[in-house]
Write a protein that binds this ligand. Structure first.
Ligand code: NAD
Ligand code: ZN
Length: 465
């Protein structure tokens, strides 16, 4: 929530000037399980209103419906559900307006907070509906994915996609509260945990050494057991929580002074230089986490070749990536892509490269601005040779978007609009080659929103079609 303070000055010539500043306050509560009737905090907020409007997606709703109903029933608070379709293809103005209509029918009072439960997708779309409704209205977020818990719900950005452009319409709109409950990871598929884990590797590599050390020690178990919340994970619950708490704090420390993303040397852009283009290039897009890990892996090779990290550090980094099943290379990650993506990202970084790399040790960050194309190309060869010699193709597990990420069957969607024989002959993980890549890059596909968070699907498949 924000509060505006302003003064009015009348100039001698009669012109009027308003000078104001906005104070912003929003908080994060670690409450687990948030829907345990013993945890009153959330219910207390809604007791005042005697009702609650909940926005949730079609996948999360059936998993948690009865738990949530039991919770609010205990406090005598009736629920009105607004269940929306998830997936990147539904991150649209239409979905946002559907939520606005639900708020209208509910007759929400402007200060009454809509409760938004789900992954980064639903919190982004519903958050934008709340930002727009009556110019601004309140909301409370409960993230249920790892990306949501440690990334999307840490920021105050909300948005929808528009045409080919990711997060093109949006706002900076802080919720009243965010409840962080890691026990939701119990039901989150491991492929999604791995996807979010990549963002933790990012933060740790260039922003938080203790987190890096915890990831090295427990990474594989953390991913496989949903940070200790799935069966057999009890022993990593505590380090898992520490990793997440520290990761969130580091994100807030790094980004809170830059809420409106004016500063361009951003530590959290590690892994987000070439990945926006790469993520979109395969016929079926890569999951965001895999694309950023390939980008980070290449950056690590670059940092190593420049003497910023030594052999032991490089090997430790790659070992962790391999042990958790994240990708470190891709056939589409080639010289042409590097060149095009470097040009594309420079446009969003004021003409500079601003390549984030670890500086001497993990947890420290350096921005490189002097890397010639010839060096980028020679490093790419070094990178590919290194990956091949140690890890084969460098492919990760479950690296491509699925129907949950996309909101449609990726195979059918990617094939739509392509000549039947071509569509049939394309391999699941193949790429269409130069044509798609050039088109993806030219289409500005690469629709970068400052965070480097780009599509999980939409643009690439449209460009490919
Ligand atoms: N606002 C920001 O700063 C910011 C930051 C990062 C990402 N994002 C946005 O977040 C979106 C991606 O978020 P995401 O990765 O959370 O994806 P998502 O919200 O699409 O969730 C991924 C899948 O997991 C399912 N799911 C969610 N919680 C579950 C649970 N507990 N158990 C079982 N299934 C569950 C969802 O239904 C979906 O199918 C993108 O649109 C991205 O742009 C925003
Ligand atoms: Zn990211």
């Amino acid at each position: 929530m924000s509060d505006l303070q302003a003064t009015l000055t009348k100039e001698p010539n009669g012109s009027l000037t308003v000078t104001g500043y906005e104070s912003l306050k929003y908080n994060f509560h670690y409450t687990s399980p948030v829907f345990d009737v013993a945890n009153k905090k959330l219910a207390e907020i809604y007791e005042k209103w005697g009702r609650v409007l909940i926005v949730i997606d079609t996948i999360v709703h059936p998993i948690y419906q009865s738990t949530i109903e039991t919770y609010f029933k205990h406090y005598g608070i009736p629920i009105t559900w607004k269940v929306v379709a998830g997936g990147e293809l539904n991150k649209t103005m239409d979905t946002m307006l559907e939520i606005v209509d639900a708020m209208d029918s509910f007759g929400i009072v402007r200060t009454e907070p809509t409760l938004v439960i789900g992954g980064g997708l639903v919190t982004d779309v519903a958050g934008y509906a709340c930002a727009s409704y009556r110019r601004t209205s309140n909301f409370i977020r409960i993230p249920t994915t790892l990306i949501g818990l440690i990334d999307a719900s840490v920021s105050i950005k909300v948005a929808v996609n528009h045409r080919k452009l990711k997060n093109r319409l949006g706002a900076y709109h802080a919720p009243l509260h965010t409840f962080l409950d890691f026990s939701f990871l119990r039901t989150l598929p491991v492929g999604q945990i791995r996807n979010g884990f990549a963002e933790l590797i990012k933060i740790a590599s260039v922003g938080d050494k203790p987190v890096w050390e915890l990831l090295v020690k427990h990474g594989k178990e953390l991913v496989e057991t949903g940070f200790g919340h799935k069966d057999g994970g009890e022993s990593v619950k505590a380090p898992g929580l520490e990793v997440c708490h520290r990761g969130i704090e580091t994100m807030l420390q790094l980004e809170s002074p830059n809420l409106h993303e004016i500063g361009l040397d951003r530590v959290i852009a590690f892994g987000h230089t070439w990945s926006p283009t790469l993520e979109l290039t395969p016929r079926i897009p890569l999951r965001h986490g895999h694309a950023i890990t390939i980008d980070m892996a290449y950056s690590i090779t670059l940092a190593h070749s420049r003497g910023l990290i030594n052999d032991v550090q490089r090997d430790e980094w790659f070992h962790l990536i391999s042990s958790v099943g994240l990708s470190m290379d891709h056939e589409a990650f080639d010289e042409q892509l590097i060149e095009a993506a470097t040009e594309a990202i420079k446009k969003t970084r004021d003409g500079k490269q601003r390549f984030a790399v670890p500086d001497g040790e993990f947890g420290k960050c350096l921005f490189l601005n002097d890397v010639p194309l010839s060096e980028l190309k020679s490093i790419l060869k070094v990178h590919k040779d290194f990956v091949k010699s140690r890890y084969g193709s460098g492919d990760g597990l479950e690296a491509y978007v699925d129907a949950g990420d996309l909101g449609a069957d990726p195979e059918k969607y990617a094939a739509k609009g392509q000549p039947k024989d071509t569509a049939d002959s394309l391999k699941r993980n193949g790429i269409e080659g130069v044509k798609v890549k050039t088109a993806a890059v030219a289409a500005g596909a690469v629709p970068i929103d400052g965070t480097g968070h780009v599509v999980n699907g939409m643009t690439a498949t449209r460009v490919a079609a």
